[in-house]
Ligand binder design. Structure first.
Ligand code: NI
Length: 258
């Protein structure tokens, strides 16, 4: 087969759906050709998990951040705790942060306030950002551009237009692509994947969510990125190995992993 390994740039192994077999899954990663995983923070509880998973598994790295849905629970005490966690040796990003107008679980103004604060934290800590944006494409873009982020970042599970994707790439941001690329109704994302250079793409699961076809609706895990990489190779008319090698290199560059 291949020496090229999968870099899963966005996973949530703290999720309860992994309670029964988390150790087995993360222990067996290399057998599934998974070389690197970034476990991404989402709520306050997940931040404790991020530290634990980074300490326990050599190939797991972490991101510290609060998802827009959960920003209503954020306060200064937790924000200071996040700041101290950012100094951790294997913390490679601030995320996932952004805006979610689909669920609107937190009021828009609260989402915007903590999105700006968390971007400022990333800039201060010299870390890239992992961005979540749903039904909020223009506000997200405008706020990111206003933040003047020195270390850039990735637009995770990208769902916007081709034009906006190229705008992000021209500004130095990467586009995160996962299981949606394999969906029958994923045509818009296939167009984005065709237009954006491979050097600006990261692969991701967002597991346990968004498992690729033929596992759509089931629990996702890093090994299933294979199906996303195969689809991307078809779109880019290059080899599967080239897709893995290039996206792994892109992720290592962004997250500064040697
Ligand atoms: Ni996520």
């Amino acid at each position: 087969m291949t020496d090229a390994v999968i870099f899963d740039s966005h996973a949530h192994y703290d999720d309860a759906s992994f309670a029964a077999d988390r150790d087995q899954l993360l222990g067996d990663c290399l057998q599934q050709n998974v070389g690197y995983i970034v476990n991404v923070g989402s709520n306050l509880r997940s931040l404790t998990w991020v530290s634990y998973l980074c300490e326990t598994y050599e190939h797991v790295y972490g991101a510290v951040g609060i998802h827009p849905d959960d920003t209503r629970f954020l306060n200064e005490v937790y924000f200071q705790r996040m700041r101290s966690l950012c100094g951790g040796e294997k913390i490679v990003a601030v995320g996932e942060i952004g805006l979610d107008y689909y669920w609107n679980a937190s009021p828009k103004e609260v989402q915007k306030y903590w999105f700006a604060r968390q971007m400022a934290l990333a800039a201060e800590q010299h870390l890239p950002v992992i961005i979540h944006s749903r039904e909020a494409a223009q506000d997200t873009f405008d706020m990111i551009m206003a933040a003047h982020l020195p270390c850039r970042g990735v637009i995770h599970c990208y769902s916007g237009s081709v034009e906006m994707a190229l705008d992000y790439v021209n500004k130095g941001f990467l586009i995160g692509i996962g299981g949606v690329l394999t969906f029958k109704n994923g045509r818009k994302l296939k167009e984005v994947a065709a237009a954006v250079p491979l050097e600006a793409i990261l692969l991701e699961t967002d597991c346990p969510y968004l498992a690729p076809a033929p596992f759509r609706g089931k629990r996702n895990a890093s090994g299933l990125i294979r199906y996303v990489a195969e689809e991307l190779a078809r779109i880019k008319q290059c080899s599967y190995e080239t897709v893995l090698e290039c996206t792994c290199r892109n992720a290592k560059r962004l997250f500064r992993i040697a």
